[in-house]
Write a protein that binds this ligand. Structure first.
Ligand SMILES: C[S@@+](CC[C@H](N)C(=O)[O-])C[C@H]1O[C@@H](n2cnc3c(N)ncnc32)[C@H](O)[C@@H]1O
Length: 242
């Protein structure tokens, strides 16, 4: 937390709006990205207060891109940052953003907080996330607010969508292929982390099918038999090399 403890009392006149407990989450999730230049995208500029913070947080030479639907946000662009005006729900705008500034190591969605936008944006930007990169969605408590497309256990909410991604990450293990077929996201999703109000998705590109290890006398024996031994019919059955 050292960076944020030092930085926050020294902020300038540009307003930043964040919940207090987010800084600990940033510290846990983003410290490892500070060592060398990265590509960072934040959705939502508002009054521009986060731009100088991220510029100081990440290594010099990082590509720091910010988007907002409000044209007045362009005025918050500072040296070392780029502000693009457009909607997180506009596929053409996102495509152009990826082509010009991607792929990204860190994506932070602090935009409209509407559940359908959070889902739409995740689906369009997830492919542009680098190996070992993180995709963070903030203020996911709006998943419990009907005005934002949420409501308790509302299937259309971002939290429920994220829970389904947890299922999809485990689709290697299914023996219920009709109900729960293999989902390719399992091949590129390292983990999903739920914090209070923030969901984090970490990418692992070209992830291998999980292997069980038997370890004895310094020898490691790998097997994927457990995947095929459950009568599965999906793509990884019969590919056991154990
Ligand atoms: C919570 S504020 C962002 C706060 C800022 N990240 C900070 O740390 O101070 C949300 C911003 O999202 C923008 N926004 C709302 N709908 C949007 C959309 N569809 N696409 C992009 N930005 C949007 C708003 O204009 C507003 O500036």
């Amino acid at each position: 937390m050292e960076f944020f403890n030092d930085y926050l009392p020294k902020t300038g006149d540009k307003v930043m709006t964040k919940w207090a407990h987010y800084f600990d989450i940033y510290y846990r999730e983003l410290t490892r990205f500070r060592q060398s230049p990265i590509k960072f995208l934040e959705i939502g500029v508002f009054q521009g207060g986060s731009l100088p913070m991220w510029r100081e947080f990440f290594a010099e030479g990082s590509g720091l891109v910010f988007i907002d639907i409000d044209p007045s946000c362009k005025a918050h662009e500072i040296e070392g940052t780029t502000v693009k005006i457009g909607s997180q729900a506009d596929p053409e705008f996102l495509k152009e953003l990826i082509n010009t500034h991607g792929p990204f190591d860190v994506i932070l969605d602090d935009g409209s907080h509407l559940c359908n936008h959070q889902i739409f944006t995740f689906e369009h930007l997830w492919p542009s996330l680098n190996h070992q990169g993180v995709y963070m969605v903030e203020d996911v408590h709006t998943s419990y607010w009907p005005g934002f497309g949420g409501g308790y256990r509302n299937e259309a909410s971002f939290i429920e969508y994220s829970k389904r991604i947890v299922d999809r990450m485990h689709s290697w293990y299914t023996d219920q292929d009709d109900l729960f077929p293999f989902d390719p996201i399992a091949q590129e999703l390292h983990s999903v982390r739920f914090y209070d109000s923030i969901c984090v998705f970490e990418k692992e590109k070209e992830k291998e099918a999980p292997m069980s290890l038997t370890i004895q006398n310094g020898k490691l024996l790998g097997s994927r038999k457990v995947l095929s031994g459950r009568g599965r019919k999906s793509v990884f059955a019969n590919k056991d090399d154990g």
